[in-house]
Design a protein around this ligand. Structure first.
Ligand code: FAD
Length: 292
C-alpha cells in the first residue's frame, strides 16, 4: 500500500487496528487509516493529508450511529484523544466534541444548567449529536447550539454561528470536523434536571430495548409514518438473521445479540426495506450511517 501519512508527524496513528472496539454494537473490521489525534494541529495535519490525497475523512465519536463494513481507504478520525474542554460563561457552555452526552448533562447539572435532558440515555458524543442534529421527545439539539468550531477541508479552524447552518431532520449543512460546540443552556435547578432525566430514562426504557446493543433508530421516520410501526406491521418484529435481530419492543431498533456480523446487520436492513416497500409502498431511508 502506498504510504500516504508520514508517521514521523503523527503520534496517534492507529491504522490497521479494528474499528470493533469503537462500535456501539461491536461490529467492525480493520481500518486502513485510523487516527486518534492528541492535538488540534495533528488533527489539521491528518485532514490536510487526507484531502491532498483525495481520501474521504470520517470523524467518529460514540459510534452509536455508524455501521462499519469494509471502510476501504476512508480516513477514520476518532475524537477520543483530542483536548477536552468545558468552559462556562453564564448560560453559554463551550465544550469539546468528545464529551459523552451523559457526562456533559451531569456536569452542567452542577452549574444549574440544563435543557439537554431529552438526550439522556444516548451513548453518543457531543460532536456526533450536533452532526446528526439529534432529537427526541419533540426537541432538537440544534435549538441549543449557538456556534460550532470546525476544522474545514483546508485544515483551517473556523467558528461558524449556528444560525448560518441549515438544520434538517438528522442532518446539518456543515460537514466539516466539529471540534468544539457553543451551547446556550437553560437555567434549571439540579433537582429539576435530575427529575427530568428520570422521566426521560423511564420513557426510553419503556419504549426502547436496552438489553442488547443497537444503533438507535435504523431508519428515519418517513413523512407521516413511524419506521418502527411500518416494520412491525410487515410482520418483522423479532426477525433474526444470524445474531442480528429486529427488536420485538421497537422494530426500528436492530440489535446485536452477541456475534452479529456486518453482513447479518446489512441483510436485516435490506429485508426491512424490501418488505416495507413491497407491502406499504414506502421507501425507508437509513438514519444509520453505513460505511462500506
Ligand atoms: C440506545 C440508543 C438510543 C438513541 N436514541 C437517539 C435519539 O433519541 N435521538 C437521536 O437523534 N439519536 C439517537 N440515537 C442515535 C445516535 O446516538 C445519534 O445519532 C448520535 O447523534 C450519534 O452520536 P455519536 O457520537 O455516537 O456519533 P457517531 O455514531 O460516532 O457518528 C455519527 C455521524 O456523525 C459524524 N460525526 C461524529 N463525530 C463528529 C464530529 N466531531 N464532527 C463531525 N462529524 C462527526 C460521523 O462521521 C457520522 O456521520 C440513539 C442510539 C442508541 C444506541
Amino acid at each position: 500500500m502506498e504510504k500516504v501519512f508520514d508517521s514521523k508527524f503523527l503520534t496517534s496513528n492507529l491504522s490497521g487496528s479494528s474499528l470493533k472496539r469503537y462500535s456501539n454494537i461491536s461490529i467492525g473490521s480493520k481500518a486502513t487509516y485510523l487516527f486518534a489525534p492528541h492535538t488540534v494541529s495533528e488533527l489539521a495535519e491528518i485532514i490536510r493529508t487526507a484531502v491532498q490525497n483525495n481520501l474521504e475523512v470520517v470523524p467518529i465519536g460514540g459510534c452509536s450511529n455508524i455501521l462499519f463494513g469494509n471502510v476501504g481507504n476512508r480516513v477514520i478520525i476518532s475524537d477520543e484523544n483530542l483536548p477536552k474542554i468545558c468552559e462556562i460563561n453564564g448560560n453559554l457552555a463551550h465544550v469539546s466534541c468528545n464529551y459523552k452526552i451523559s457526562t456533559f448533562i451531569e456536569e452542567m447539572k452542577k452549574h444549574d444548567l440544563g435543557g439537554l435532558e431529552f438526550l439522556a440515555g444516548i451513548p453518543a458524543h457531543l460532536g456526533g449529536t450536533v452532526h446528526m442534529n439529534a432529537g427526541a421527545f419533540d426537541k432538537c439539539l440544534s435549538s441549543y447550539v449557538e456556534f460550532i468550531e470546525v476544522i474545514d477541508r483546508k485544515s483551517n479552524l473556523k467558528k461558524i454561528p449556528f444560525n448560518e447552518v441549515e438544520c434538517q431532520y438528522r442532518h446539518i449543512s456543515v460537514q466539516d470536523f466539529i471540534l468544539n460546540v457553543g451551547l446556550r443552556l437553560e437555567s434549571k435547578s439540579a433537582q429539576e434536571i435530575s427529575s427530568e432525566i428520570g422521566r426521560i430514562m423511564a420513557l426510553r426504557k419503556e419504549r426502547h430495548p436496552y438489553d442488547f446493543p443497537s444503533l438507535g433508530s435504523t431508519f428515519k421516520n418517513p413523512d407521516g409514518y413511524f419506521a418502527g410501526i411500518l416494520i412491525r406491521d410487515c410482520g418483522l418484529a423479532g426477525k433474526r438473521i444470524g445474531d442480528a435481530q429486529i427488536s420485538e419492543k421497537h422494530s426500528n431498533f436492530f440489535l446485536n445479540l452477541g456475534q452479529a456480523t456486518f453482513q447479518d446487520y446489512k441483510a436485516l436492513i435490506a429485508l426491512a426495506q424490501k418488505e416495507v416497500f413491497e407491502q406499504k409502498g414506502i421507501k425507508l431511508e437509513l438514519e444509520v450511517k453505513v460505511l462500506n
